[in-house]
Design a protein around this ligand. Sequence first.
Ligand code: NAD
Ligand code: ZN
Length: 346
Amino acid sequence: MRAIVFDQYKSTPVLKEVDRPAPGPGEVLLKVAGAGACHSDVAVYRDFDESFGPPQLRPSFVLGHESSGWVEELGPGVEGFTVGDAFLVYGPIGCGHCRACSRGQDTYCENAATMPYLAAGLGRDGGMAEYLAVPARNLVPLGQADPVAAAPLADAGLTPYHAIKKSLPVLAGGGRSALVIGLGGLGQVAVQILRALTGATVIATDQKPEALAQAEGYGAVTVPGGPDQAGAVRELTGGRGVDAVFDFVGVDPTLALAMSVVALQGRVTIVGIGNGSYAWNFYGVPYEVELTSTYWGTIEELHEVADLYRAGKVTPQVELFGLDDGLEAYRRLEAGELNGRAVVIP
Ligand code: NAD
Ligand code: ZN
């Protein structure tokens, strides 16, 4: 079968012929419906090498860590699935039996250090291919909902959902606000999730006017980039600052923006792996501001995200590419030329 493979550090992935996977014990083989191209893949093939990045992410493996598909074949010992049914794939794959994994939190598997991979599409073969084999316990049912547009939910939906859920306490109480920085694949879904789960004013910013227009369509108030960005954001909060900031870029200027607009007792979540730095100072930020990073989410949360999708409250904006054009999807992602999420359909 054809697949998009990360086969060498610091170089563009390649489209090539690989063996069709056979589902192992406890696994299910899916015929892939769609696989999203995430900006984290760019870090995998551009930034990482033997000395930088998680050791589980060495080449080679098939990319695609947010995927969906239809059941094609059941591996040994698997029962209870019907061929042809549509599922979203929960990407993270931990040991499956530690305390974290038993809570559905494979992202924080206690045995991660000795696992040979992190996730389907991150260290083991992912969904940028015609077929994908994953543990049956990683499947989230989609019912009758369209699996193609659903694919980005597995990361571009789940990651902001997890971060937003953890920030809900600071968004409760009335008159609250949230700021989304970076309105790409994840950021556009973040705006929709904030609107679905809270009554807070959602402020959004990006350098691209089309991205601002899209976020406005989801109900955000937008602020363009530029010299008085922080002032404009503060003004929208009546001067009190933003209760929950989500930075989907994570470079020095976005961290500085986040920390300059956050409210007293607010929370800043850095989602983007731009690897920026921020010099904290006691009097430099309001009291009791929390600054945290985040990583993906739990399978329980992915079930909740699938519910929001089926209810029509969260719908990723997708641009579709055939497998033959998958490399073009990554090129456009790197060039900042996509609107929403690129989904590769085999
Ligand atoms: P994307 O390329 O689709 O979107 C990035 C957006 O940020 C674009 O719209 C771009 O115009 C905008 N942007 C870039 N620089 C900006 C700036 N200085 N100010 C404002 N906007 C700016 O990327 P994505 O796939 O949505 O991923 C976003 C980030 O989240 C990436 O760094 C990715 O690696 C990371 N990520 C983290 C996790 C996690 O678990 N922490 C999971 C998935 C992705
Ligand atoms: Zn585990």
